[in-house]
Design a protein around this ligand. Structure first.
Ligand code: UTP
Length: 478
């Protein structure tokens, strides 16, 4: 679109201020601004500011008919061990048949961690200081070797971190993966607005754009051609996980098998919440649909409710690990093009401090929230999925996210959880590592995912060792 036509469209939409400084910009800066502006769907912005900034957006969650979602418990917690074994077998068959790919959402801004660079490049392992990306790469590589079928890996980046992410893989020779099977694509962006719905400018020639949330992954998979590539490769099942969780079973045959046997379009893993106030979303059902209700939305009195046997009633905590069906993703992405139809992911508002400029063009660093970002959440696809399924997983083997610089969910807790896991695997196979009551060993050891990426593969490799190594400080099994 010619720039004057675009400017006029913005004026008509009450967003003409985006071009207030257009005429004083260099040609190149003008082009940049026009490019950014043409990315914006003004009708979508108007719809969102109408619904989310108005009364409707402020209304609380509708709790009518809300109940905890059922889930498949682990065999150790009363689940059907044979059904779990069948699921694992089905997942393994799918892996051998090349039907599965890994998918990491890595487009977040990671503001809480405050690390300078893409979060996936953050060093996390206790001894070798491997990055999150390397840990996942090795798990994916190991699964490919085990099932004699190298996997494709899709990685969603943001405009901000795309180049740095690709460069990191290049510098590290893709951690031994076949480069042709690692696919990066950028997610979409949304403009931030002030509390009156006016698009915020970051500078005179730059719009305050930010990633559209992990829910944006569904339409980004479609727009980038990733779904078509999957189809050509015979991949119909995607193992979805976040970039911040070094413990994740990136490829979990039992989870994949449960999903496939159940004919599910979107499956999820839960862990029992450790305590009522733990900040996890809750798997629930409402009107026959699966939903995740965020901790900030479920009244605390409900989060504290107990069942007669003393367990939390809403205990199924969401840890953002899913299996998704390719064509379900396509359906969700396509219906997003028709927002009026009501079958697309909703946007949520997040009030933030957004650096911007004032009417005179001077930079403003706000001390408190001055605007709203719009984000989609992937779990909002659940109500649209056929046969959604929730299975239990063991937190110790699947979930220890790095969110904050320190305190809970920090590099230190993730490091300790990895150490606990390695010590547990070693001790289960005859080593005698001293641990404290929480299972944390006094010494630092590390297991490469190439040696063992879960209890079974670890035990297998351990048995194959001609001579068991001395288990001392600094032991690295690879
Ligand atoms: P978080 O909710 O932890 O957000 O993302 P974040 O942006 O990474 O971190 P903070 O809140 O600024 O500290 C959970 C997962 O979803 C991905 C993140 O990369 C992470 O894997 N994500 C989040 C995206 O891929 N895109 C987004 O727009 C948001």
């Amino acid at each position: 679109m010619a720039s004057h036509a675009l400017i006029e469209k913005f004026q008509q939409a009450g967003q003409g201020h985006v071009f207030a400084f257009h005429d004083e910009l260099s040609h190149e800066a003008q082009r940049h601004l026009v490019n950014e502006a043409s990315e914006i769907d003004l009708a979508e912005v108007a719809r969102l500011t109408g619904s989310l900034l108005g009364k409707e957006g402020a209304a609380g969650l509708n709790l009518d008919g809300l109940a905890p979602a059922p889930f498949e418990p682990l065999p150790a917690n009363g689940g059907d061990a044979e059904a779990w074994a069948r699921a694992k077998q089905a997942g393994e068959e799918a892996l051998r048949a090349g039907r599965v790919a890994a998918f990491t959402v890595a487009g977040g801004q990671g503001t809480r961690l405050g690390f300078d660079g893409p979060k996936g490049t953050f060093p996390v392992t206790p001894l070798k200081q491997k990055s999150l990306f390397q840990v996942f790469a090795e798990k994916i590589h190991a699964a490919g070797v085990r099932y004699k079928r190298p996997l494709h890996w899709f990685i969603m980046t943001s405009h901000q971190n795309h180049a740095a992410t690709v460069a990191f893989f290049e510098e590290n020779s893709y951690f031994g993966l076949d480069k042709g099977r690692v696919h990066f694509f950028r997610q979409g962006r949304m403009p931030a607005v002030d509390f009156n719905g006016k698009i915020l400018m970051e500078s005179k020639g730059t719009i305050a754009l930010s990633p559209d949330g992990h829910g944006g992954s569904l339409r980004a998979l479609e727009r980038s051609g990733a779904l078509d590539l999957m189809q050509r490769e015979g991949i119909d099942t995607l193992s979805y996980f976040q970039v911040d969780n070094p413990l994740v079973r990136a490829i979990d045959p039992a989870f994949l098998g449960w999903h496939l046997i159940h004919g599910s379009q979107m499956s999820s893993k839960m862990v029992p919440k450790a305590y009522a106030e733990e900040k996890l979303g809750h798997f629930c059902v409402q009107d026959g649909h699966s939903v995740v209700v965020e901790y900030s939305d479920l009244p605390m009195a409900m989060q504290r409710e107990k069942t007669p046997d003393g367990q939390l009633r809403y205990r199924a905590g969401s840890i953002a690990i899913h299996v998704l069906d390719r064509e379900f993703i396509r359906k969700m992405a396509k219906s997003g093009e028709n927002p009026g139809a009501g079958v697309s992911l909703p946007f949520h508002r997040a009030d933030k401090k957004i650096p911007t400029i004032d009417a005179a063009g001077h930079a403003v660093k706000p001390g408190q929230a001055n605007g709203v970002k719009f984000e989609m959440f992937v779990f909002d696809a659940l109500p649209f999925a056929r046969n959604p399924l929730v299975i239990e997983t063991s937190r110790a083997d699947d979930f220890s996210p790095v969110k904050n610089a320190d305190g809970v969910d920090s590099p230190q807790t993730a490091r300790e959880d990895q150490l606990r896991q390695f010590a547990r695997w070693l001790n289960a196979n005859g080593a005698r590592i001293q641990t404290d009551a929480s299972g944390l060993p006094a010494m630092s050891v590390e297991v490469s995912p190439m040696f063992g990426y879960d209890e079974d593969s670890f035990a297998e490799s351990w048995r194959k060792l001609s001579l068991a190594p001395e288990v001392t400080e600094g032991l690295y099994l690879s």
